[in-house]
Design a protein around this ligand. Structure first.
Ligand code: NAD
Length: 294
């Protein structure tokens, strides 16, 4: 199966490299030359546009920032729709609005192309290790055809429902991750200002009920003042916007997400939107007049 991969950023680069390492033939494209060059140097063929990638592939994977980028890559000029062959499978692994996944799937269906929405969780380290959590929406028979390929990038690959369900699941994930990071930062700021070493607090509680993947991934970064992304605050704001829009439509209250969104917006005002989302700790440091460090 020839694979096309479009979107070679923080996540797409290692995901594409893992497919190449597994022996697949890849044609890749990104509008940033340096990103494209890196994956071509790893063994991929250079695509000249999304259309070009589509012409050369039986399976097309995208890993783009948000809904407008996915629409542009599929439906825009020199996009996937212009080059794609009947019977190709399109898997969008970006985190986007679930309604847009359904719209894009409908546009592809006109050309007899099946789509899965398959966003991921785990960040750059798990993208590099090939151990992402992949949450998939779409038809079971389509899922079965690409499950093995998705497993090269993921430690878990779960079909959750129809098209759009992958992104609904990702919104649920992002609500929980934002709340977890904020409560971790709130707790460590309190402990630090009370005069207790936050590193000791982390070590003392990580094996108990408050222990979590978020705590183990983000507390060490906060304790070192390392906010290099990883997952940028601006991308998390994008996900929370999608979550809040969806919640509004469904009449679901969102008091926690309203607060985590406020914290992220405050940091954006301070020019910190390119920091890792672990940088939410800086909100507590600013207003609590405390520095959470080892
Ligand atoms: P990124 O900004 O690093 O990468 C996106 C890439 O898409 C860039 O290289 C950009 O040049 C390219 N691109 C944008 N528009 C394009 C177009 N029209 N044609 C070709 N290329 C185009 O973002 P990322 O961190 O890799 O995230 C990608 C997706 O994965 C996002 O939806 C994000 O929310 C999600 N995600 C990210 C992480 C993380 O930790 N970074 C974790 C889980 C999920």
């Amino acid at each position: 199966m020839k694979i096309g991969f479009i979107g070679l950023g923080i996540m797409g680069k290692p995901m594409a490299k893992n497919l190449i390492n597994a022996g697949y033939e890849l044609t890749v494209f990104d509008m940033v030359q340096a990103n494209l060059d890196e994956v071509v140097a790893h063994g991929a063929a250079r695509g000249s546009s999304s259309k070009d990638v589509a012409e050369k592939s039986d399976l097309i994977i995208t890993m783009l920032p948000n809904s407008p980028h996915v629409k542009e890559v599929v439906q825009g000029k020199d996009g996937v729709l212009e080059g794609v062959k009947e019977g190709t499978i399109f898997v969008d692994m970006s985190s986007i609005n679930p309604l847009v996944s359904q719209e894009v799937a409908a546009a592809l269906a006109v050309k007899n192309v099946e789509m899965l929405d398959a966003p991921v969780s785990g960040g750059e380290p798990k993208a590099i290790d090939g151990t992402l959590a992949i949450m998939v929406g779409g038809k079971e028979e389509v899922f079965r055809k690409v499950e093995g390929i998705l497993s090269i990038m993921g430690g878990s690959v779960t079909l959750v429902g129809e098209i759009g369900s992958g992104n609904v699941t990702k919104l649920a994930n992002q609500i929980m991750v934002a709340g977890n990071i904020a409560s971790m930062a709130e707790a460590l700021a309190l402990a630090t200002k009370a005069g207790v070493n936050p590193e000791k607090v982390y070590q003392a509680i990580r094996g108990g009920l408050a222990g979590s993947t978020v705590l183990d991934a983000k507390a060490p970064m906060v304790l070192e003042g390392n906010f290099k992304p990883g997952f940028r605050i601006e991308l998390h704001i994008k996900d929370l916007n999608n979550a809040l829009d969806t919640a509004k439509e469904l009449n679901i209250p969102t008091p926690i997400t309203d607060q985590t969104m406020k914290i992220m917006q405050d940091l954006k005002q301070d020019g910190k939107e390119k920091d890792d989302h672990g940088g939410m700790a800086q909100y507590y440091e600013k207003y609590g007049r405390v520095q959470i460090r080892k």
